[in-house]
Design a protein around this ligand. Structure first.
Ligand SMILES: Cc1cc2nc3c(=O)[nH]c(=O)nc-3n(C[C@H](O)[C@H](O)[C@H](O)COP(=O)(O)OP(=O)(O)OC[C@H]3O[C@@H](n4cnc5c(N)ncnc54)[C@H](O)[C@@H]3O)c2cc1C
Length: 228
């Protein structure tokens, strides 16, 4: 693993080419969800049993599905996270998106994952086979909102590079990965990356808590005074 390399503005990017050796070799990744489980074997003839009260039905009504999704979202909102921007490049197009469903999977070998729903990034990763993760600093909220398509903004992100992979400049940490495994999981896909490069600097992180961005102090205040 090496230290980070030269800074380049987006507008001056010289994209890596297949012949430069910087782009990954084409990979065949399984990106479509695996075949649904086979229909379970027919239940034995009923002996007059009924579903006990309180046991979830296998096919909940849509309203119940929405209610449980809302409840889970609210609960998970209490799981304060950092904020990352995931990046990749295909031909000469750099693409970034905000993600907080990011975690370390293994140290030996070093693996991380990012969980992506239906998004443009998910369409690009099968072609690029690599992604970068930039852990945002407390003063990078504008990038978090921008790369989540939340705000029309005139931010001009600058990127640093590791072997042809763009990473957001000014972030607290950079991780460059090669996709080695893909798992469909419900309405998301888990993109497991073998870590090829890391870099970090000290500083205060940007956090995401109860659906809002904040610094450590702001999140502490919000947790203590949720009415604010
Ligand atoms: C805190 C937070 C955490 C999130 N976590 C996740 C998560 O873990 N998983 C998940 O699936 N979704 C997550 N999202 C939602 C996700 O960020 C959005 O759905 C996002 O819009 C998906 O991006 P996309 O790949 O579809 O690209 P788009 O929506 O097309 O692009 C995202 C935005 O980035 C801009 N952009 C992209 N590349 C560049 C570039 N090179 N230069 C300048 N601007 C550029 C685009 O103009 C657009 O505004 C999260 C959102 C937030 C706010």
């Amino acid at each position: 693993m090496t230290e980070r390399e030269g800074v380049a503005r987006l507008t001056r990017v010289a994209p890596p080419t297949a012949s430069s050796g910087l782009m990954p070799p084409p990979r065949r990744l399984r990106t479509s969800p695996p075949a649904p489980p086979r229909t379970p074997p027919a239940a034995p003839p009923s002996a007059g049993l009924t579903t006990p009260a309180g046991v979830a039905k296998l096919t909940p009504k849509p309203a119940a599905v929405e209610e449980s999704a809302r409840a889970l979202r609210q609960v998970m909102g209490r799981f304060a996270t950092g904020v990352t921007v995931v990046t990749t490049i295909h031909r000469d197009t750099i693409h970034g998106m905000t993600a907080n469903a990011f975690l370390s999977v293994s140290l030996r070998p070093p693996l991380v994952l990012v969980s992506l729903g239906r998004c443009r990034m998910s369409e690009m990763l099968p072609r690029t086979g690599r992604y970068g993760v930039s852990v945002l600093a407390h003063d990078q909220e504008q990038f978090a909102a921008h790369f989540a398509a939340q705000r029309v903004s005139s931010v001009e992100p600058e990127f640093v590079w590791h072997e042809g992979l763009p990473l957001l400049d000014g972030a607290l940490a950079h991780i460059a990965c090669r996709v080695v495994d893909v798992h469909a999981a419900g309405d998301h896909v888990l993109w497991i990356g073998a870590v090829e490069h890391v870099h970090h600097q000290d500083g205060e992180p940007l956090l995401f808590y109860t659906g809002r961005f904040g610094t450590l102090g702001e999140v502490r205040d919000r947790a203590q005074h949720p009415e604010r």
